[in-house]
Design a protein around this ligand. Structure first.
Ligand SMILES: [Zn+2]
Length: 403
């Protein structure tokens, strides 16, 4: 913490203060209820600084005092918790036949979960208009609850560059589309940041923050929708690659003589272990959920054909997961989307392949599990990305207390 006014420029001071505010906010998120003394002891910031930072966070209604006290060495302390009530973070997932929307408060408590059928339409404009209408209803609902929107992040199944432009979303028919800019216009410049990201990336962020294995620092999330993409978190951070296109595991070739993939190549993981392979036939848009449920029913009933199809798709999936395990050594590979209900039949085949294909013993410690977040994962990850921005210092409200 800088205490002298003669040294750095005000901009530097604001940066340091924003950073320290974020440090305190993250501490409260992880340790609430906690006292100002706890924060000082753990962060190394001095007590006066912590008091000033906490006062600022209370002003911004990011943190509040509770009536609780902690009796330690005879000195009671006022305890602090996150104040979720004035804010909402919104995540939206656009997929081939549905749009999911999720809103959470600052503490990550779920405020809203919607899933609406959707058609990407004839053009990007039509698709954006449809998504924009759904988002507007979410925003209005939050406004009715008198919540300020911290931000919106939108998940798209496709290549999204680091600037957030959708370069290629084949299943939606979108190419070089500034979806964030288009949505801002559709929402009439709503005054909150709009980010666009790949669905697998956001699924991974959702797992990291909200999943059954939250806090894992090395995990890969596989989408398991019509496309199969990987969101990669290593050393605690999402890894997008140079231009943002990492994780296209769906188009890693498993068999040069395999069936043709919609990308024009042959034997891609997506065509050998995606929804079509899992169902044993091309999925019917709008009916995939029903078809998956039927597959689950048949597998439960011991139908030999269904079990053989799932085993074969599971083995192909296992070959893809082995590539990830050899290359990235994740502690977890999390199967999402339509893989989840079929996981009891897919996982044994996946694990079997890992054992034989990963050079490190015990598959390098890699465990393959089913997501517990269901089809909301990417939308929830959008909300997680907004909370990540706040936690890293992009706080709502002005820096009113800078002297
Ligand atoms: Zn392909």
């Amino acid at each position: 913490m800088i205490t002298s006014t003669t040294g750095p420029q005000p901009a530097d001071f604001a940066d340091v203060r924003a950073t320290n505010l974020a440090v305190v906010l993250r501490f409260v998120r992880e340790h609430a209820p906690c006292s100002r003394a706890d924060i000082a002891a753990s962060t190394g910031l001095n007590k006066a600084t912590v008091s000033s930072l906490v006062a600022d966070l209370i002003d911004r209604r990011l943190v509040r005092e509770t009536g609780l006290t902690e009796n330690r060495v005879g000195r009671p302390a006022t305890m602090l918790v996150l104040d979720g009530s004035p804010y909402a973070a919104i995540g939206v997932e656009i997929n081939i036949d549905y749009v999911s929307a999720v809103a959470v408060d600052l503490a990550g408590e779920r405020l809203l979960t919607w899933r609406r059928s959707f058609s990407s339409g004839e053009s990007v404009n039509q698709g954006v208009a449809g998504v924009g209408a759904i988002i507007r209803r979410v925003v209005n609902r939050m406004a009715k609850e008198e919540r300020q929107i911290l931000g919106l992040a939108v998940a798209v199944p496709g290549l999204v560059d680091v600037q957030g432009t959708v370069r290629l979303a084949p299943n939606l028919g979108w190419r070089d589309a500034d979806i964030g800019g288009d949505l801002a216009k559709a929402l009439r410049d709503p005054g909150f940041p709009i980010q666009v990201d790949n669905d697998a990336n956001l699924g991974a962020l959702a797992e990291q923050r909200f999943g059954a294995h939250a806090g894992a620092s090395d995990l890969v999330y596989l989408t398991g929708e019509v496309g199969v993409g990987a969101g990669i978190i290593l050393d605690g951070r999402l890894r997008r690659g140079g231009r943002g296109y990492s994780g296209e595991i769906g188009h890693v070739q498993l068999d040069p003589d395999g069936p043709e993939c919609h990308c024009g190549r042959r034997g891609c993981l997506e065509v050998m272990a995606g929804i079509g392979a899992v169902l044993g036939k091309d999925p019917s848009p709008g009916e995939i959920q029903v078809e998956i449920e039927e597959s689950v029913r048949l597998a439960r009933a011991g139908d030999a054909g269904t079990l053989a199809t799932l085993e074969s798709a599971g083995r192909s999936l296992g070959r893809g997961v082995s590539v990830l395990a050899n290359l990235l050594n994740p502690e977890l590979v999390i199967l999402g989307g339509y893989y989840v209900p079929l996981a009891p039949w897919l996982l044994p085949a996946v694990q079997g392949e890992l054992g034989g294909r990963v050079i490190a013993s015990e598959a390098g410690g890699c465990r393959v599990v089913a997501s517990t977040l269901g089809h909301d994962a990417a939308a929830l990850g959008g909300a997680a990305r907004v909370l990540d921005s706040v936690d890293s210092g992009r706080l709502p409200g002005g820096l009113s207390r800078i002297p």
